[in-house]
Design a binder for this molecule. Structure first.
Ligand code: 4NP
Length: 155
């Protein structure tokens, strides 16, 4: 059986926050030598097949990460067995994921910022309707969570 951690990051549209969480986690895991499967998804179907928002692509590029090839998808039933950990970017996403989860889902479902000591219960603010500065804040939040999560999974 595959004992690697398998981590899914979930926001609403899968074009702003969760692709950045995926990118930050991939980089942090690679830097730490952690072997983990990773993906992202949205609770909504609005952006299936779409590239990330151009402002997410730009902020990732500022950190030397290319996410232009990522494609939006919606969370599906298989995700609850494929992934060991499912992280919601905000409280609404968490409620929607829990409602979609099959009974007795083995995946651990929680809020992403719960992995950051002192920031438990916080949501990553949706930057979609704001300006670029919101995407910088998103990057700070998800990279902080990615570092904490890699440390947690290595233990
Ligand atoms: P995300 O941001 O959930 O971080 O990907 C959003 C993207 C699109 C929409 C809302 C939030 N939308 O309403 O289309």
């Amino acid at each position: 059986m595959d004992k690697r951690p398998a981590v899914l990051f979930v926001c609403l549209g899968n074009i702003c926050r969760s692709p950045l969480a995926e990118a930050a986690f991939r980089k942090a895991a690679e830097d730490a030598g952690l072997d983990a499967e990773c993906d992202s998804a949205g609770t909504a179907a609005y952006h299936i097949g779409a590239a990330p928002d151009h402002r997410s692509i730009a902020v990732a590029r500022q950190h030397a990460i290319d996410i232009g090839h990522y494609q939006g998808r919606q969370i599906c039933a298989d995700d609850f067995t494929r992934f060991t950990h499912i992280f919601a970017l905000d409280q609404n996403n968490l409620e929607d994921i829990r409602s979609a989860a099959p009974p007795h889902s083995p995946a651990q479902i929680q809020l992403l910022m719960d992995v950051v000591p002192g920031r438990e219960g916080e949501s990553v603010t949706d930057p979609y309707y704001g300006d670029e500065t919101g995407f910088d804040e998103t990057w700070r939040d998800v990279s902080c969570a990615a570092a904490a999560l890699v440390n947690q999974l290595r233990r």
